[in-house]
Design a protein around this ligand. Structure first.
Ligand code: FAD
Ligand code: NAI
Length: 472
């Protein structure tokens, strides 16, 4: 079989892999990106970030016309949900973006090798990657390989995904009808975002969470305020509750639950179950163990500070390695790894990676939580400011939530910023920049923010760190 020669072969065309491919091409490397899906963009563009945000946006519009607009003096009559059109639009958004990545590949002369890649052989500098194309195989030879095969949803042993009633996030993005009762197992990011979509469209939604709080990794205060806001929207929460099994019922399904505090057993009847209890790195069939590349208990590939695995010249990035499973983290790592390969100083600042939950209100955060600072014994000052006291938020009729700035008690350096509120997914960028540049709460407080904007809440929270918020 003939061999094809590349400077870099990337396995996986998600945010980690495709962005790395573009950066590599910019740096003059002849690059191939093996992706088994017909479309590029990985989980994020195809069945993750983008379709979920498209549905969140559409369902938010529906919530506006069916309720929220009344306070603005706008009454909408004859409003009808066209779910098929909503899904069609979502699919079109995905198509446009995945086609866009294909266009970028063409522009940069990156080859999308369609098929499943396997690291076959390593002989010093020479690495061989075999691609199963479905109808045959290709052999790519290179000195550098970047593994970027992402992650997959975790299944519960007694609630196996069937794609029809027991859904992973992928199927929950395309339910053909509004569920009567959607039970969501796992009160993390996916559960809350997709639970919000279907709640807004009219489903009864119950979120079952193992722990005594939702969004376990977020700052406690913003997490519990988010729960209150979602409960007001009608989402029911069963916290400290374990799902112990399921059985068929007239309505579709009966989910068995156990209250972890009281031991009480109960059941929920529903027509759909979304299992969103986390994702795990995906490395099946990559040929890692054969070559001695180790994964930890969670399935993550071990890398050094330069994203290099145990084998020189074989790198790994994105959901496949440790760290938060986020598209922007994956992209930054892809870029850094390729720059390091090219002899540049690629770097990711893990203290400045924003986290956003695109519910309404949105939750956005960067840096340390109050709980983390307390655990580490760091002396800090906190300043908070509510959207309720912000002119723009009032004008928008979107006053839920607040911004909290945490700064070092001695140096005033910003250590963490946590937000709940309207479009805080956009506001968090300011906090990320300040943390990236090692800035202080005073820096934010002395920066001129346009009036009237939601960004003034960030300034006021920074002023509050020094006890001098102006509008409180
Ligand atoms: P992936 O995007 O998973 O890409 C890996 C690619 O590798 C896949 O396309 C797969 O087909 C391919 N592949 C795997 N094995 C092989 C092989 N052997 N050969 C060839 N190809 C292979 N993150 C955010 O930051 N913001 C969000 O709003 C957000 N929303 C999300 C919503 C949902 C419903 C989900 C499920 C995830 C969301 N995420 C979000 C997480 C985000 O999608 C991931 O963190 C991101 O996609 C990881 O990028 P990656 O390139 O590492 O992996
Ligand atoms: P998650 O880790 O965010 O949440 C899982 C939740 O399920 C946790 O609260 C956990 O305590 C709970 N849980 C685990 N086992 C359980 C059980 N048996 N019964 C009840 N609850 C249980 O995982 P999720 O929501 O599946 O998302 C996976 C990843 O995808 C996230 O970690 C995130 O990185 C990424 N993502 C990011 C988004 C964003 O940035 N906006 C959106 C969607 C996904």
């Amino acid at each position: 079989m003939s061999e094809e020669q590349f400077d870099l072969v990337i396995i996986g065309g998600g945010p980690a892999g495709y962005v790395a491919a573009i950066r590599a091409a910019q740096l003059g490397m002849k690059t191939a990106c093996i992706e088994k899906r017909k479309t590029l963009g990985g989980t994020c563009l195809n069945v993750g970030c983008i379709p979920s945000k498209a549905l969140l946006e559409s369902s938010e519009h529906y919530a506006l016309v069916t309720g929220k607009l009344q306070k603005h003096g706008i009454t909408c009559e004859g409003v009808r949900l066209d779910l098929a059109q909503m899904m069609k639009r979502k699919d079109a958004v995905v198509r446009q973006l995945t086609n866009g990545v294909a266009g970028l590949f063409k522009k940069h002369k990156i080859e999308h090798v369609l098929g499943t890649g396997k690291l076959k052989e390593v002989k010093g500098e020479r690495k061989t990657v075999e691609v199963d194309t479905g109808s045959g195989s290709r052999v790519l030879v290179t000195s550098k390989v970047l593994l970027a095969t992402g992650s997959e949803p975790v299944e519960l042993p007694f609630l196996k995904f069937d794609g029809k009633r027991v859904l992973s996030s992928t199927e929950a993005l395309s339910i053909p009808e509004v569920p009567k009762h959607l039970v969501v197992i796992g009160g993390g990011v996916i559960g809350l975002e997709l639970g919000s979509v279907w709640r807004r469209l009219g489903a009864k939604v119950t979120v079952v969470e193992f722990l005594d709080r939702i969004t376990p990794f977020s700052d406690n205060q913003v997490g519990s305020e988010l729960q209150k806001a979602l409960a007001k929207q009608g989402i029911e929460f069963r916290l400290s509750t374990k799902c112990t099994g399921s059985q068929d019922a007239d309505s579709g399904f009966r989910v068995k639950l156990e209250d972890l505090k009281t031991g009480e057993q109960s059941e929920l009847e529903c027509d759909y179950v979304l299992v969103s209890t986390g994702r795990r790195p995906f490395s099946a069939g990559l040929g890692l163990s054969e070559l001695g590349i180790e994964t930890d208990k969670a399935g993550r590939v071990g890398v050094d500070a330069h994203y290099q695995t145990k084998i020189p010249g074989v790198y790994a990035v994105g959901d496949l390695i440790a760290g938060p499973m986020l598209a922007h983290k994956a992209e930054e790592e892809g870029i850094a790894a390729v720059e390091i390969m090219a002899g540049q100083a690629g770097h990711v600042n893990y203290d400045a990676i924003p986290n956003v939950i695109y519910t309404w209100p949105e939750l956005a955060s960067v840096g340390a939580t109050e709980e983390e600072l307390q655990e580490k014994g760091v002396q800090y000052k906190a300043g908070s400011f509510p959207f309720m006291a912000n002119g723009r938020a009032k004008a928008m009729e979107e006053t839920e939530g607040f911004v909290k700035v945490l700064a070092d008690a001695k140096t005033d350096r910003v250590l963490g910023v946590h937000m709940l509120g309207p479009r805080v997914s956009e506001l968090i960028a300011e906090a990320v920049s300040v943390i990236e540049f090692g800035g202080s709460a005073e820096d934010i407080a002395r920066t001129c923010h346009a009036h009237p904007t939601l960004t003034e809440v960030v300034k006021e929270a920074a002023l509050a760190v020094g006890g001098r918020a102006l509008h409180m």
